[in-house]
Design a protein. Sequence first.
Length: 301
Amino acid sequence: MKRVLVMSTRGIGNRGRHLMLDLRTIMPHSKKEQKLDTKDRLDTANEVAELHSCEGCLLFEARKRKDLYLWAARTPRGPTVRFEVQNVHTMGELSLVGNALRGSRPILVFDQSFNENAAIHVQLIKALLSQIFSVPCGHKKSQPFVDRVLAFMHTPDGRLWVRHYQIQLEALRQQSKRMPAVRALSQLVSGEQAFDTNTTHLSAEDMQALAETLVEIGPRFVLLPIRIFAGSFGGRTLWENPDYISPNMLRRAARIRGTVAVRAKRHTKRARREAQLEKALANLPVDELADVFESGEIEPS
């Protein structure tokens, strides 16, 4: 995509806003826009993207000033993937030592779970993320250098870990002597090979070897896929995460667990007091005059 619109809805928190600014920084082909005024009609982002001649859109949606969602869409026809954004750590917060050239083109690295044998929705997510985060060759705001990696790792629980690294060329050359896949990356970074495509797959062993040559820049965050739509910000549902539980349900369950715990504690405390009272009554001395008036008869003097 030549241009990608990056914007948010109103009510976004500081952490989400800083993450959005970080993505704009590492995406030289991004376009910025003011916050979307409405939360009910997110499809109005298609009109904003059309005004900026953008083919893709990253829309951060804030809910209750606590929950952050990310809509990744190919405008105006779709598809669209809705994620829940978790474990956000921005570049300013991390203060890492990694430092790449501003405007350089990244290499997108996907682990082996994104290969051809993956599920259809995983392949669709990979294709959409590749189109959005790939910097077009010869873009006017990009630099003709490759010195960073944007890594996407798919975990067994369905989450996507996103990490951003700087490439250390000398260390990469040392690792490329024993890893063919890493050797191809070394040729891309050093300019020995044409950079026609910026997407590659690495095995777990190659990922470990590549990690030894990288210095993290940030930001880092986790994406949990919720639903895939056929259209742009709506339309027919192509896939839905059956294991997804919304933050509202998690908070409600936590409140219920807290209420049950408080009630159990009160019941235990009441039962303990009753047991202590019964024990105290059982240990009282016998009253010899307790049965004096039980017969109801008064003996004459």
